[in-house]
Design a protein around this ligand. Sequence first.
Ligand SMILES: CC(C)(COP(=O)(O)OP(=O)(O)OC[C@H]1O[C@@H](n2cnc3c(N)ncnc32)[C@H](O)[C@@H]1OP(=O)(O)O)[C@@H](O)C(=O)NCCC(=O)NCCS
Length: 169
Amino acid sequence: MITLELSDRAGRHVVLREVDDENWRAVADVAPLDDQRPYVPALAARYLLLSSREGVWHSMAVCADDTVVGHIMWGRDDDGSYWLGGMLINGPEQGKGVGRAAVRTLMAWLAEREGCRELRLSYHPDNTVAARLYDSLGFQPTSDSSGDEVVAGRPVFDGRPTTLNSPSP
Ligand SMILES: CC(C)(COP(=O)(O)OP(=O)(O)OC[C@H]1O[C@@H](n2cnc3c(N)ncnc32)[C@H](O)[C@@H]1OP(=O)(O)O)[C@@H](O)C(=O)NCCC(=O)NCCS
């Protein structure tokens, strides 16, 4: 389990758990709102399959207390950067502070991985909610792209992103 001891706006503890025999069905069923379908798959099941088939990404369950409310995944690039991806909060659970807490939690954990010098992620340029969230956590667009997505990054200093604790919880 990965935790930064962060809570959502309802006071639920937001933690990241390994996907296991108990929770994988709930993670697979995580779905975006209909108008978010241009940006992410219809179900987090697609991310789970990507993680298990290709061995590049590592899926985690985003939990609020004991309830699975989302999916997030991470991967390591050969250049020493660590990637966050597959950020998806179940439609009815959005806007409660879970997404921000989940990203901050994974950022802090990745920053402490061996040799981590930069955190990276990508998002569709029209996905303004995600873009604002990542911008507020210090991610700046790079000149790189991934398909039709903007690649954004932020350096890691002394094992931790410097402004990790600045944004509101
Ligand atoms: C992007 C996403 C992960 C954010 O998760 P979330 O749990 O809703 O996020 P939070 O509740 O922590 O809110 C984060 C910020 O986004 C804002 N926000 C969330 N939903 C919003 C909406 N529908 N419209 C406008 N702003 C919104 C919040 O106000 C908050 O801003 P603040 O912290 O400055 O007040 C979630 O909306 C989602 O799963 N979207 C569909 C999948 C997706 O786009 N993933 C990102 C792919 S790169």
